[in-house]
Design a protein around this ligand. Structure first.
Ligand SMILES: [Zn+2]
Ligand SMILES: [Zn+2]
Length: 252
């Protein structure tokens, strides 16, 4: 899937669409109108990307049941496809997880290119739980090297599951319900694991997976890819009665 998204990111149609989606971001930013990207400008291109993605990711790239859902999506008429894409852009959790996964793969190259063209967003500009670029859910969070700021500590970022944007977020706050009582928000990791952990919330029983890029091996982490590669941690969290909000590629 990653290879497919990388290949599509260099196609002229995707590049043109990404420029269109980001065209108003500069003026949006001046008046603090978030999310910064114009998602409506991506719809036609995302619809056009669906059959390309389904064709490129035949089994075994995509598991059989997932691919069947992709074929079903391709077989729908243009109006239905546009409607599904618009709903996904509005709120990915409204859709069947397999359909959402295909739209995510189809939209990824456009949204990621558009988001990558934005200047970094500071915590003074945006510190909310939704993505400032596209309004999507955070998929994982990361802790990075200590910043140069005096007494600032190591910053935490949320990573958007839709456009891969990183933005600052308070370390000890639940992104799902806003709980910031340190007695109710805590970190857990299996014995001996330092690179990845879950940040869990006692108030809403949700968690977010967090990669600590300061640890050994942290430089090689690609958050959205390593999220899928660490599914055992999600199983472990589910066994503890925790749920994952938002949607991951694997639909956990
Ligand atoms: Zn985003
Ligand atoms: Zn919570």
């Amino acid at each position: 899937m990653l290879g497919h998204e990388r290949a599509r990111a260099s196609s002229p149609a995707v590049r043109t669409a990404a420029a269109r989606v980001g065209a108003e971001s500069f003026s949006s930013r001046l008046v603090e109108r978030f999310p910064l990207l114009n998602l409506a400008a991506s719809v036609e291109t995302v619809v056009a990307e669906i059959p390309i993605a389904v064709d490129a990711l035949r089994p075994p790239s995509a598991p059989g049941p997932l691919w069947d859902a992709g074929k079903d999506l391709v077989a729908r008429n243009g109006t239905e496809q546009r409607d599904l894409v618009e709903r996904w852009l509005d709120d990915p959790s409204l859709l069947d997880a397999r359909i959402a996964a295909w739209i995510s793969v189809s939209a990824g190259p456009v949204l990621e290119l558009a988001a990558a063209a934005l200047k970094p967003i500071s915590k003074e500009e945006w510190s909310g739980p939704a993505c400032p670029a596209c309004g999507g859910f955070p998929q994982v969070s990361v802790i990075r090297e200590q910043s140069g700021e005096f007494m600032a500590g190591s910053p935490r970022y949320l990573v958007c599951g839709r456009c891969a944007m990183w933005w600052s977020f308070a370390r000890a706050t639940c992104p799902w319900c806003g709980e910031d009582d340190s007695r109710r928000v805590g970190s857990f990791a299996p014995e001996g694991e330092r690179l990845v952990r879950i940040d869990a919330c006692d108030t809403c029983h949700s968690y977010v997976k967090t990669f600590d890029l300061r640890e050994q091996g942290g430089r090689d982490i690609v958050p959205l890819v390593d999220d899928v590669a660490t599914l055992t941690l999600d199983v472990w969290a589910h066994e503890k009665g925790l749920q994952r909000s938002g949607v991951s590629l694997a639909g956990v």
